[in-house]
Design a protein around this ligand. Sequence first.
Ligand SMILES: Nc1nc2c(c(=O)[nH]1)N[C@H]1C(S)=C(S)[C@@H](COP(=O)(O)OP(=O)(O)OC[C@H]3O[C@@H](n4cnc5c(N)ncnc54)[C@H](O)[C@@H]3O)O[C@H]1N2
Ligand code: MOO
Length: 391
Amino acid sequence: MISVSEALALIKTHTSQLPKVEIPLRDSYGCFLVEEQVAPISSPSFRQSAMDGYAFRCGEIYELEVIGECKAGDALEFDLQDNQAVRIFTGARVPDQADTVIMQEHVEVNGEKISIQKMPEKTTNVRAIGEQVQVGEQLLPAGTKITESIIGFLAGFGISEVLVFNKPKITLIVTGNELQEAGSPLKPGCIYESNAIMLESALKSRGFDSVQILKVADDLEATKKSVAQGLEADVLLISGGISVGDYDFVNEALQANGVQEIFYKVNQKPGKPLWFGKKGGKLVFALPGNPASSLTCFLIYALSALKIMSGNPDVDLNFQTGVLKHRTFNKFGKTLFILGTEKNGEVEIYPKQASSMLISYALGNALVLIPENLEVLEAGETVQFLAVNRN
Ligand SMILES: Nc1nc2c(c(=O)[nH]1)N[C@H]1C(S)=C(S)[C@@H](COP(=O)(O)OP(=O)(O)OC[C@H]3O[C@@H](n4cnc5c(N)ncnc54)[C@H](O)[C@@H]3O)O[C@H]1N2
Ligand code: MOO
């Protein structure tokens, strides 16, 4: 059985970025830039008034004659003299012969004349060309994740298309005869299905919005068919049916579909029977069906692969450290992933930790890693954890 770090290394080795694609900026939220973005124009591209007021030439003359008006969108020029001003509004192009804008609250208006109460400094309220960015300067480096502010920023330069890495399409197959949808009283021997909606939410909240869900009974032929269909996606996630029971058909169905096994079983708890494989560039994660096992394997392994595929440069698990509030045991000789709450750097582990339970996951905010070689950790010892449930 391989270790957690060996499993992560194998996933990295076998995962590649998806092809680059030019897409409309409006569809690019959450994607990663393939190359740096360079400013096609300066911003602002002309000298803009930052206030509603009067454009004039800064000097010693306090009484000015208003000879015209410039509103946003105008591109007017005036033969402006030192004793003259132009009425101007926020965002309007400042005439070339003016160097300063005084806000209207700072002048007295007498018919066609204004009198300046206090002379502002030269260039006050005039946004200089390229004040934000000069043409040709870098706007964003390659690898930037596109957010709403970045969409607004790029749109402000007239950019309407961006070159990004494709986001993976995902199929999620949920296996099990015992699984029942919410909405009707439980039948004897059945449980409410919860992994599909949980993993779909985990994917969508991270921007992986192309998710197809297939549900399949514990039947070899049906499982083979679902796997064949699921392999049309870039990543196939399967929940359940990967252990060694007589009705666990996932391994066989994957082999029958020509999926190459990279590893099966990791020395961890929960999630020991995790299976990872590939067919061409398509990846398959068969996640153990127990809910905490499924979610843990998703967060630690599948998510790392999805990040690599989508061009996210930040693929390593972002462990933080905290101090244990009380003694904690590891009787299993495996890496443990257990839930707790971290507050001000102190980590309290929950008592109910089992792969079949989600209660600690639902209440906790820290997925704590206990190394496989440590049998006891004393209160006050440092542990590593991943933040969960925090966004
Ligand atoms: N003889 C052995 N038995 C088991 C071993 C083993 O090494 N030898 N490993 C155990 C471990 S560890 C795990 S984890 C599970 C993994 O089993 P499967 O991946 O085959 O999952 P299932 O048997 O289908 O389900 C396990 C458990 O989870 C419930 N489940 C499944 N799917 C869902 C779902 N979508 N929503 C909610 N709950 C789900 C299912 O009812 C079972 O209780 O194998 C152990 N056995
Ligand atoms: O590895 Mo399983 O996920 O412990 O029950």
